[in-house]
Design a protein. Structure first.
Length: 477
């Protein structure tokens, strides 16, 4: 590197006779974005120093000085005393500049055998694997809040909906638990994603590897990876894992949006199923009576942002040639934003759900409305030997007659039933109750309170296992 490049702190410059234009530097600079990768850059630099030491490129003495100084840098960054510097192009430049200022020429020796191309891919993977674990813990917190409410309301009947129309009576605990299952799939996706991203790119260099005899497998193990990316070109250019993470984040956002929509409905005056705690609502600047479900609405809104981050990253990646291209500087903002938005919204939704006050009488009052027990009539007829096609038609006729008489199904007379179908004896009234309808649906996934309790117990085990996975650190900094 020439003196001009060396004094500027750039990691390149020997073949250039002049410094880059100011606008070029401004465009290239990413330190404000990628400074959050600093702990990971230091961790992988420490692992790289030890690899250089094992390969004989660094003496034990020099390696010790470098590792000690890197430990000091990590402490200063963690405390906030070392901040991003506009002189640095990116986090890798920043760390090397600090080493050069503190150790002189020795600080520049860590660059041997690696490139910013494999460095950033490694830092980014390490960071994202940690953030996935944080998100899993936060998702589990929301699941537990939902489970608390579900366990509290297993026996409470509620209207079940399709097309947002009354369909069949269900346990409110069952309604709440559906969100827990959706979130469990999100966690499963993140854990499955982690299996694929647990390969270290370090050692790939710019694109062709290194001739210094560094043991990439040992470095990978030190950094919490399961192995090494087997192709050096793919190692520095692959961002499938970043896009896949954004997909996982977008799906989480979609599930949070659907939960948010239900909270908006449940707490509306028209539904009146639940009330928001004051700590998790806002008011109006003009209407004193208002209590707005802002957390739920923001959950809906942020889902669009998360979807946008995914589509934006996919657009960046589309058509990129191998290996590394500077377009990939744009991979981090959408991913970082997806992490940040979920870290904001998940605890807020957990607090809202945990403090939500349901109104049992209002919830259960509508459970049988809309002739929601019609399916029970049809299934009762099937048990009497009537083909379902005819049973369905008879139950539909019961609904039509009830509507004509402005009454509920259980208010039809014995004569009304027998006139509709001879198999509709007075015994059909045994199924014309909300509790009976719910209790009859006791299959593995059914809404019978006994079945729901089994489902909730199983979910507790799943959540405990996921929490344990999320709490395990990959690397000790």
């Amino acid at each position: 590197m020439d003196s001009a490049a060396g004094s500027s702190g750039r990691l390149w410059g020997g073949r250039f006779a002049t410094d880059p234009a100011r606008a070029m530097e401004d465009l290239s600079r990413s330190i404000e974005v990628d400074f959050r990768l600093a702990p990971y850059d230091i961790a992988q630099t420490c692992a790289h120093v030890r690899a250089l030491q094992r390969a004989g490129v660094l003496t034990d003495h020099d390696a010790g000085l470098l590792l000690s100084t890197l430990a000091d840098l990590a402490t200063e960054i963690a405390s906030g005393s070392l901040q991003p510097d506009a002189r640095d192009e990116d986090i890798h430049t920043a760390i090397e500049r600090q080493l050069l200022e503190r150790l002189g020429e020795l600080g520049g020796r860590v660059r041997a055998g690696r490139s910013r191309n494999d460095q950033v891919a490694t830092d980014f993977r390490m960071y994202l694997r940690d953030q996935a674990r944080l998100l899993v813990v936060l998702i589990c917190g929301l699941q537990r809040a939902l489970l608390e409410q579900a366990n509290r309301h297993v026996d409470l009947s509620a209207p079940g909906f399709t097309h947002l129309q009354h369909a069949q009576p269900v346990s409110l605990g069952h309604e709440l638990a559906k969100h827990v299952h959706a979130l469990a799939r999100d966690v499963d996706r993140l854990r499955d994603w982690d299996d694929r991203v647990a390969q270290s790119p370090l050692g790939a260099g710019a694109l062709a590897g290194t001739s210094l005899g560094l043991d990439s497998s040992v470095v990978a193990q030190e950094l919490g990876f399961e192995g090494v990316v087997p192709n050096s070109i793919d190692a520095v250019s692959d961002r499938d894992w970043a896009a896949e993470f954004c997909f996982c984040a977008a799906m989480i956002g979609i599930h949070l949006s659907r939960l948010g929509e239900e909270i908006v409905l449940w707490t509306s005056t028209e539904f009146g199923w639940a009330s928001l705690d004051d700590a998790w609502a806002t008011g109006s600047s003009i209407m004193p009576q208002k209590k707005n479900p802002d957390v739920a609405e923001l959950a809906r809104g942020k889902s669009g942002r998360l979807i946008g981050n995914l589509t934006g990253l996919l657009a960046v990646l589309k058509g990129l040639p191998f290996a590394y291209n500077r377009d990939l500087q744009e991979d981090k903002p959408p991913v970082f934003d997806s992490v940040d938005q979920l870290v904001l919204i998940l605890p807020a939704l957990s607090g809202l759900i945990r403090t939500l006050e349901f109104h049992p009488e209002t919830v259960s009052a509508g459970a049988a409305h809309g002739h929601a027990l019609a399916t029970d009539i049809a299934e009762w007829l099937v048990r009497q030997g009537v083909p379902f096609r005819l049973a369905h038609e008879a139950a539909g006729t019961c609904v039509r007659v009830a509507e004509q008489n402005s009454c509920q199904l259980w208010e039809l007379t014995d004569a009304d039933f027998s006139a509709i179908h001879p198999a509709l004896t007075p015994q059909v009234r045994e199924v014309l109750s909300v509790t009976g309808s719910m209790a009859a649906r006791d299959g593995v996934s059914g809404t019978a309170p006994a079945a729901v309790r089994r489902q909730l117990t199983a979910l507790q085990t799943v959540i405990s296992n996921d929490e344990a996975w999320g709490a395990r650190p990959l690397v000790t900094f």
